[in-house]
Design a protein around this ligand. Structure first.
Ligand SMILES: Nc1ncnc2c1ncn2[C@@H]1O[C@H](COP(=O)(O)OP(=O)(O)OP(=O)(O)O)[C@@H](O)[C@H]1O
Ligand SMILES: [Mg+2]
Length: 371
Protein backbone atom coordinates (compact mmCIF):
# COMPACT_ATOMS: atom_id res chain seq x y z
CA UNK A 1 0.00 0.00 0.00
CA UNK A 2 1.28 3.46 -0.88
CA UNK A 3 1.89 5.84 2.00
CA UNK A 4 -0.55 8.34 0.48
CA UNK A 5 -3.36 5.78 0.66
CA UNK A 6 -2.20 4.72 4.09
CA UNK A 7 -2.43 8.15 5.71
CA UNK A 8 -5.84 8.66 4.07
CA UNK A 9 -7.42 5.33 5.05
CA UNK A 10 -5.63 3.48 7.79
CA UNK A 11 -6.26 3.71 11.51
CA UNK A 12 -2.80 2.77 12.71
CA UNK A 13 0.64 3.01 11.14
CA UNK A 14 3.61 1.53 13.01
CA UNK A 15 7.11 2.69 12.05
CA UNK A 16 9.85 0.19 12.81
CA UNK A 17 13.54 0.01 11.98
CA UNK A 18 17.01 0.18 13.46
CA UNK A 19 18.40 3.09 15.51
CA UNK A 20 18.82 6.54 14.03
CA UNK A 21 17.38 5.78 10.59
CA UNK A 22 14.52 8.28 10.81
CA UNK A 23 11.61 6.44 12.44
CA UNK A 24 10.57 9.43 14.54
CA UNK A 25 10.98 11.80 11.61
CA UNK A 26 8.95 9.55 9.30
CA UNK A 27 6.24 9.03 11.93
CA UNK A 28 5.87 12.79 12.49
CA UNK A 29 5.89 13.52 8.78
CA UNK A 30 3.21 10.88 8.11
CA UNK A 31 1.02 12.24 10.91
CA UNK A 32 1.33 15.69 9.37
CA UNK A 33 0.37 14.19 6.00
CA UNK A 34 -2.70 12.70 7.71
CA UNK A 35 -3.69 16.18 8.88
CA UNK A 36 -3.21 17.48 5.34
CA UNK A 37 -5.50 14.67 4.18
CA UNK A 38 -8.16 16.02 6.52
CA UNK A 39 -7.81 13.56 9.36
CA UNK A 40 -7.39 13.93 13.09
CA UNK A 41 -3.92 12.43 13.44
CA UNK A 42 -1.83 11.60 16.49
CA UNK A 43 1.86 10.78 16.47
CA UNK A 44 2.89 8.74 19.48
CA UNK A 45 6.58 9.46 19.65
CA UNK A 46 9.57 8.22 21.60
CA UNK A 47 12.64 10.31 22.30
CA UNK A 48 12.38 12.76 19.42
CA UNK A 49 15.54 14.74 18.75
CA UNK A 50 15.50 17.87 20.91
CA UNK A 51 14.78 20.34 18.13
CA UNK A 52 11.97 18.29 16.64
CA UNK A 53 10.46 17.96 20.11
CA UNK A 54 10.63 21.73 20.44
CA UNK A 55 8.82 22.36 17.21
CA UNK A 56 6.20 19.77 18.11
CA UNK A 57 5.76 21.52 21.45
CA UNK A 58 6.83 18.37 23.28
CA UNK A 59 9.38 19.77 25.71
CA UNK A 60 7.52 20.18 28.97
CA UNK A 61 4.35 18.42 27.99
CA UNK A 62 5.40 14.91 29.03
CA UNK A 63 2.82 12.26 28.77
CA UNK A 64 -0.17 14.17 27.52
CA UNK A 65 -1.65 14.57 24.09
CA UNK A 66 -0.89 17.95 22.68
CA UNK A 67 -2.34 19.69 19.64
CA UNK A 68 0.10 21.30 17.24
CA UNK A 69 -0.88 24.55 15.56
CA UNK A 70 -1.04 24.18 11.77
CA UNK A 71 -1.70 26.72 9.04
CA UNK A 72 -5.45 27.39 8.69
CA UNK A 73 -5.63 25.80 5.21
CA UNK A 74 -4.80 22.37 6.64
CA UNK A 75 -8.17 20.61 6.99
CA UNK A 76 -7.20 18.04 9.64
CA UNK A 77 -5.55 18.10 13.06
CA UNK A 78 -2.10 17.11 14.23
CA UNK A 79 -1.59 15.87 17.76
CA UNK A 80 1.57 14.58 19.40
CA UNK A 81 2.42 12.75 22.55
CA UNK A 82 5.75 11.69 23.93
CA UNK A 83 6.19 8.53 25.97
CA UNK A 84 7.79 8.58 29.35
CA UNK A 85 8.10 5.08 30.76
CA UNK A 86 7.82 5.34 34.58
CA UNK A 87 4.87 7.70 34.71
CA UNK A 88 3.07 5.72 32.05
CA UNK A 89 3.55 2.61 34.09
CA UNK A 90 1.86 4.41 36.97
CA UNK A 91 -1.00 5.29 34.63
CA UNK A 92 -1.47 1.66 33.71
CA UNK A 93 -1.63 0.68 37.36
CA UNK A 94 -4.19 3.36 37.96
CA UNK A 95 -6.35 1.92 35.18
CA UNK A 96 -6.19 -1.72 36.12
CA UNK A 97 -6.07 -1.46 39.93
CA UNK A 98 -9.34 -2.52 41.50
CA UNK A 99 -9.46 0.27 44.06
CA UNK A 100 -7.50 3.18 45.49
CA UNK A 101 -5.97 1.16 48.28
CA UNK A 102 -4.54 -1.42 45.86
CA UNK A 103 -3.21 1.32 43.64
CA UNK A 104 -1.49 3.14 46.49
CA UNK A 105 -0.06 -0.11 47.85
CA UNK A 106 1.45 -0.84 44.44
CA UNK A 107 2.86 2.66 44.01
CA UNK A 108 4.54 2.38 47.40
CA UNK A 109 5.92 -1.08 46.88
CA UNK A 110 9.70 -0.90 46.47
CA UNK A 111 9.81 -3.81 44.04
CA UNK A 112 7.27 -2.03 41.87
CA UNK A 113 9.22 1.21 42.00
CA UNK A 114 12.34 -0.46 40.72
CA UNK A 115 10.46 -2.44 38.08
CA UNK A 116 8.56 0.62 36.87
CA UNK A 117 11.87 2.32 36.20
CA UNK A 118 13.84 -0.57 34.82
CA UNK A 119 11.47 -3.32 33.67
CA UNK A 120 13.32 -4.61 30.65
CA UNK A 121 11.48 -3.63 27.52
CA UNK A 122 9.32 -1.24 29.52
CA UNK A 123 9.54 1.44 26.87
CA UNK A 124 8.31 -0.94 24.19
CA UNK A 125 5.67 -2.22 26.55
CA UNK A 126 4.53 1.27 27.42
CA UNK A 127 4.29 2.22 23.78
CA UNK A 128 1.73 -0.53 23.33
CA UNK A 129 -0.06 0.48 26.54
CA UNK A 130 -0.43 4.04 25.35
CA UNK A 131 -1.50 2.72 22.00
CA UNK A 132 -4.25 0.74 23.67
CA UNK A 133 -5.51 3.89 25.40
CA UNK A 134 -5.55 6.15 22.38
CA UNK A 135 -7.07 3.53 20.09
CA UNK A 136 -9.80 2.80 22.63
CA UNK A 137 -10.51 6.49 23.17
CA UNK A 138 -11.72 6.89 19.59
CA UNK A 139 -10.35 10.43 19.64
CA UNK A 140 -8.15 9.94 16.57
CA UNK A 141 -8.83 8.80 13.04
CA UNK A 142 -5.18 8.05 12.44
CA UNK A 143 -2.54 7.04 14.96
CA UNK A 144 1.12 6.81 14.00
CA UNK A 145 3.27 4.85 16.39
CA UNK A 146 6.97 5.58 16.50
CA UNK A 147 8.97 2.76 18.06
CA UNK A 148 12.09 2.83 20.22
CA UNK A 149 15.52 2.02 18.84
CA UNK A 150 15.51 -1.65 19.64
CA UNK A 151 18.65 -3.58 20.37
CA UNK A 152 16.87 -6.78 19.61
CA UNK A 153 14.68 -5.77 16.72
CA UNK A 154 11.87 -7.95 17.97
CA UNK A 155 11.56 -6.53 21.47
CA UNK A 156 8.90 -4.21 20.33
CA UNK A 157 6.65 -6.73 18.60
CA UNK A 158 6.81 -9.05 21.55
CA UNK A 159 6.33 -6.32 24.10
CA UNK A 160 2.60 -6.69 24.61
CA UNK A 161 3.06 -10.26 25.74
CA UNK A 162 6.06 -9.72 27.92
CA UNK A 163 4.46 -8.35 31.05
CA UNK A 164 1.61 -10.79 30.76
CA UNK A 165 4.11 -13.62 30.63
CA UNK A 166 6.05 -12.09 33.46
CA UNK A 167 2.92 -12.06 35.52
CA UNK A 168 1.93 -15.50 34.39
CA UNK A 169 -0.56 -16.95 36.79
CA UNK A 170 1.21 -20.25 37.21
CA UNK A 171 4.48 -18.64 38.20
CA UNK A 172 2.74 -16.40 40.66
CA UNK A 173 0.76 -19.23 42.05
CA UNK A 174 3.96 -21.04 42.79
CA UNK A 175 5.55 -18.04 44.40
CA UNK A 176 2.47 -17.11 46.35
CA UNK A 177 1.56 -20.48 47.65
CA UNK A 178 4.71 -22.31 48.58
CA UNK A 179 2.61 -24.71 50.60
CA UNK A 180 -0.19 -25.14 48.10
CA UNK A 181 -2.46 -27.99 49.15
CA UNK A 182 -4.31 -28.43 45.89
CA UNK A 183 -2.57 -31.71 45.30
CA UNK A 184 -1.38 -30.84 41.79
CA UNK A 185 2.18 -31.11 40.65
CA UNK A 186 3.07 -27.69 42.00
CA UNK A 187 1.44 -28.57 45.24
CA UNK A 188 3.58 -31.64 45.67
CA UNK A 189 5.56 -31.77 48.80
CA UNK A 190 8.89 -31.82 47.00
CA UNK A 191 8.25 -28.55 45.18
CA UNK A 192 6.65 -26.87 48.15
CA UNK A 193 9.73 -27.82 50.11
CA UNK A 194 12.05 -26.43 47.45
CA UNK A 195 10.15 -23.17 47.21
CA UNK A 196 10.20 -22.78 50.96
CA UNK A 197 13.96 -23.28 50.96
CA UNK A 198 14.37 -20.73 48.18
CA UNK A 199 12.28 -18.29 50.18
CA UNK A 200 14.38 -18.79 53.30
CA UNK A 201 17.54 -18.38 51.27
CA UNK A 202 16.32 -15.17 49.64
CA UNK A 203 15.29 -13.84 53.02
CA UNK A 204 18.75 -14.62 54.31
CA UNK A 205 20.42 -12.76 51.47
CA UNK A 206 18.15 -9.77 51.03
CA UNK A 207 16.54 -9.52 54.43
CA UNK A 208 13.00 -10.34 55.48
CA UNK A 209 11.79 -6.86 54.64
CA UNK A 210 12.73 -7.30 51.01
CA UNK A 211 11.04 -10.65 51.01
CA UNK A 212 7.89 -9.06 52.37
CA UNK A 213 8.03 -6.55 49.54
CA UNK A 214 8.30 -9.32 46.97
CA UNK A 215 5.44 -11.29 48.46
CA UNK A 216 3.15 -8.28 48.60
CA UNK A 217 4.22 -7.23 45.12
CA UNK A 218 3.08 -10.53 43.70
CA UNK A 219 -0.05 -10.56 45.82
CA UNK A 220 -0.97 -7.10 44.53
CA UNK A 221 -0.23 -7.97 40.95
CA UNK A 222 -2.24 -11.15 41.00
CA UNK A 223 -5.44 -9.14 40.76
CA UNK A 224 -4.14 -7.06 37.90
CA UNK A 225 -3.34 -10.01 35.73
CA UNK A 226 -6.64 -10.20 33.85
CA UNK A 227 -6.59 -6.48 33.12
CA UNK A 228 -3.12 -6.71 31.66
CA UNK A 229 -3.99 -9.73 29.58
CA UNK A 230 -7.09 -8.12 28.13
CA UNK A 231 -5.16 -5.03 27.13
CA UNK A 232 -2.38 -7.05 25.61
CA UNK A 233 -4.76 -9.19 23.56
CA UNK A 234 -6.51 -6.11 22.28
CA UNK A 235 -3.20 -4.58 21.15
CA UNK A 236 -2.28 -7.81 19.39
CA UNK A 237 -5.61 -7.82 17.57
CA UNK A 238 -5.07 -4.20 16.56
CA UNK A 239 -1.61 -5.01 15.18
CA UNK A 240 -3.13 -7.64 12.89
CA UNK A 241 -6.11 -5.56 11.82
CA UNK A 242 -6.62 -4.78 8.13
CA UNK A 243 -6.63 -1.07 8.96
CA UNK A 244 -3.14 -1.29 10.46
CA UNK A 245 0.03 -0.99 8.38
CA UNK A 246 3.64 -1.52 9.34
CA UNK A 247 6.24 0.65 7.71
CA UNK A 248 9.87 -0.44 7.80
CA UNK A 249 12.23 2.54 7.83
CA UNK A 250 15.83 1.98 6.78
CA UNK A 251 18.88 4.06 5.99
CA UNK A 252 20.95 2.86 3.02
CA UNK A 253 23.75 1.48 5.16
CA UNK A 254 24.70 -2.18 5.41
CA UNK A 255 23.60 -2.73 9.05
CA UNK A 256 20.35 -0.80 8.71
CA UNK A 257 19.43 -2.71 5.54
CA UNK A 258 20.12 -5.95 7.37
CA UNK A 259 17.77 -4.99 10.20
CA UNK A 260 15.16 -3.95 7.62
CA UNK A 261 15.44 -7.35 5.90
CA UNK A 262 15.09 -9.01 9.28
CA UNK A 263 11.91 -7.01 9.97
CA UNK A 264 10.47 -7.98 6.58
CA UNK A 265 10.89 -11.64 7.46
CA UNK A 266 9.68 -11.35 11.03
CA UNK A 267 6.60 -9.22 10.26
CA UNK A 268 5.57 -11.78 7.67
CA UNK A 269 6.21 -14.68 10.00
CA UNK A 270 3.99 -13.02 12.61
CA UNK A 271 1.20 -12.31 10.15
CA UNK A 272 1.56 -8.56 10.69
CA UNK A 273 0.44 -6.29 7.85
CA UNK A 274 3.67 -5.00 6.31
CA UNK A 275 2.77 -2.47 3.66
CA UNK A 276 5.61 -0.11 2.86
CA UNK A 277 9.29 0.47 3.12
CA UNK A 278 10.98 3.85 3.48
CA UNK A 279 14.60 4.11 2.38
CA UNK A 280 15.54 7.31 4.16
CA UNK A 281 18.58 9.58 4.01
CA UNK A 282 19.60 8.31 0.60
CA UNK A 283 22.36 10.31 -1.10
CA UNK A 284 21.67 11.68 -4.53
CA UNK A 285 24.22 12.69 -7.12
CA UNK A 286 23.75 14.06 -10.57
CA UNK A 287 25.76 12.14 -13.09
CA UNK A 288 26.83 15.13 -15.16
CA UNK A 289 30.50 16.06 -14.90
CA UNK A 290 30.94 18.99 -12.56
CA UNK A 291 32.20 22.24 -14.00
CA UNK A 292 33.36 25.36 -12.24
CA UNK A 293 30.58 27.54 -13.68
CA UNK A 294 27.93 25.26 -12.26
CA UNK A 295 29.53 25.40 -8.81
CA UNK A 296 30.90 28.94 -8.60
CA UNK A 297 28.73 30.75 -11.13
CA UNK A 298 30.16 33.99 -12.51
CA UNK A 299 33.01 33.91 -9.98
CA UNK A 300 34.50 30.92 -11.84
CA UNK A 301 35.63 33.19 -14.65
CA UNK A 302 37.62 35.30 -12.22
CA UNK A 303 39.70 32.30 -11.15
CA UNK A 304 43.33 32.24 -12.22
CA UNK A 305 43.86 29.36 -14.70
CA UNK A 306 46.60 27.95 -12.43
CA UNK A 307 44.06 27.68 -9.59
CA UNK A 308 41.15 26.56 -11.76
CA UNK A 309 42.80 23.32 -12.91
CA UNK A 310 43.55 21.78 -9.48
CA UNK A 311 40.22 23.03 -8.13
CA UNK A 312 38.35 21.32 -10.92
CA UNK A 313 40.32 18.11 -10.29
CA UNK A 314 39.36 18.13 -6.60
CA UNK A 315 35.73 18.87 -7.38
CA UNK A 316 35.74 16.01 -9.84
CA UNK A 317 37.18 13.60 -7.26
CA UNK A 318 34.64 14.64 -4.62
CA UNK A 319 31.84 14.27 -7.14
CA UNK A 320 33.03 10.80 -8.10
CA UNK A 321 33.02 9.72 -4.46
CA UNK A 322 29.45 10.99 -4.03
CA UNK A 323 28.33 9.35 -7.28
CA UNK A 324 29.89 6.05 -6.14
CA UNK A 325 28.11 6.29 -2.80
CA UNK A 326 24.81 7.15 -4.50
CA UNK A 327 25.01 4.17 -6.83
CA UNK A 328 26.04 1.82 -4.02
CA UNK A 329 23.02 3.00 -2.00
CA UNK A 330 20.74 2.62 -5.02
CA UNK A 331 21.88 -0.99 -5.37
CA UNK A 332 21.18 -1.63 -1.68
CA UNK A 333 17.69 -0.16 -2.00
CA UNK A 334 17.05 -2.33 -5.07
CA UNK A 335 18.14 -5.45 -3.21
CA UNK A 336 15.76 -4.61 -0.39
CA UNK A 337 12.97 -3.90 -2.87
CA UNK A 338 13.46 -7.36 -4.37
CA UNK A 339 13.45 -8.95 -0.95
CA UNK A 340 10.26 -7.08 0.00
CA UNK A 341 8.44 -8.25 -3.12
CA UNK A 342 5.76 -6.52 -5.19
CA UNK A 343 3.22 -6.21 -2.37
CA UNK A 344 5.40 -3.73 -0.49
CA UNK A 345 5.65 -0.16 -1.77
CA UNK A 346 9.12 1.32 -1.55
CA UNK A 347 9.54 5.06 -0.98
CA UNK A 348 12.96 6.62 -1.39
CA UNK A 349 13.62 9.76 0.64
CA UNK A 350 16.84 11.69 -0.01
CA UNK A 351 19.08 12.95 2.69
CA UNK A 352 18.10 16.61 3.01
CA UNK A 353 20.70 19.35 3.35
CA UNK A 354 19.49 20.16 6.86
CA UNK A 355 18.14 18.09 9.72
CA UNK A 356 14.40 17.61 9.86
CA UNK A 357 13.36 19.50 12.94
CA UNK A 358 10.33 21.63 12.14
CA UNK A 359 6.94 21.46 10.44
CA UNK A 360 8.28 22.95 7.23
CA UNK A 361 10.95 20.27 6.83
CA UNK A 362 8.51 17.52 7.87
CA UNK A 363 6.25 18.79 5.08
CA UNK A 364 9.22 18.88 2.69
CA UNK A 365 9.45 15.10 3.08
CA UNK A 366 5.90 14.68 1.73
CA UNK A 367 7.15 15.12 -1.80
CA UNK A 368 8.99 11.83 -1.40
CA UNK A 369 6.74 10.01 1.03
CA UNK A 370 3.33 10.96 -0.32
CA UNK A 371 4.10 12.16 -3.86
N1 LIG B 1 15.74 12.58 5.11
C1 LIG B 1 16.49 13.17 6.05
N2 LIG B 1 17.37 14.15 5.70
C2 LIG B 1 18.13 14.74 6.63
N3 LIG B 1 18.12 14.44 7.93
C3 LIG B 1 17.27 13.49 8.36
C4 LIG B 1 16.41 12.80 7.44
N4 LIG B 1 15.68 11.91 8.16
C5 LIG B 1 16.07 12.05 9.44
N5 LIG B 1 17.02 12.98 9.58
C6 LIG B 1 17.73 13.38 10.80
O1 LIG B 1 18.37 12.23 11.33
C7 LIG B 1 18.33 12.23 12.74
C8 LIG B 1 17.72 10.92 13.23
O2 LIG B 1 16.35 10.87 12.85
P1 LIG B 1 15.24 10.25 13.81
O3 LIG B 1 15.36 10.80 15.18
O4 LIG B 1 13.94 10.38 13.11
O5 LIG B 1 15.69 8.73 13.78
P2 LIG B 1 15.13 7.54 14.67
O6 LIG B 1 15.13 6.32 13.80
O7 LIG B 1 13.83 7.92 15.28
O8 LIG B 1 16.25 7.45 15.75
P3 LIG B 1 16.20 6.63 17.13
O9 LIG B 1 16.38 5.20 16.75
O10 LIG B 1 17.36 7.18 17.90
O11 LIG B 1 14.87 6.92 17.76
C9 LIG B 1 17.54 13.45 13.14
O12 LIG B 1 18.43 14.45 13.52
C10 LIG B 1 16.78 13.84 11.89
O13 LIG B 1 16.56 15.25 11.82
MG1 LIG C 1 13.25 7.98 17.31
Amino acid sequence: MKLSAMVAQQQLIVCVGSGGVGKTTTAASLALAGAYAGRRALVLTIDPARRLANSLGLTEIGNTEHRIALPPEVPGELWAMMLDAPSTFDDVIRKVARDDATREAIYNNRIYRSIAGSFSGSQEYMATERLFDVMQSGRYELVILDTPPVKNALDFLDAPGRLARFLDKQIMKRLLTPHDEDGGFFGSRLLAGTTAVVYRLLGHIFGDEFLGDIASFFALFKDLYDGFRERHESVERTFKDARTSFVVVAAPTEPSMEVAGFFLTELRARGLPLAALVANQVHRASFTTPNLEAVFGARARALHPAAAGPLLARLGAAHLRLADLASLEARRVEALRRQAGPSVDVHVVPRLATEVHDLASLAALHRFLIG
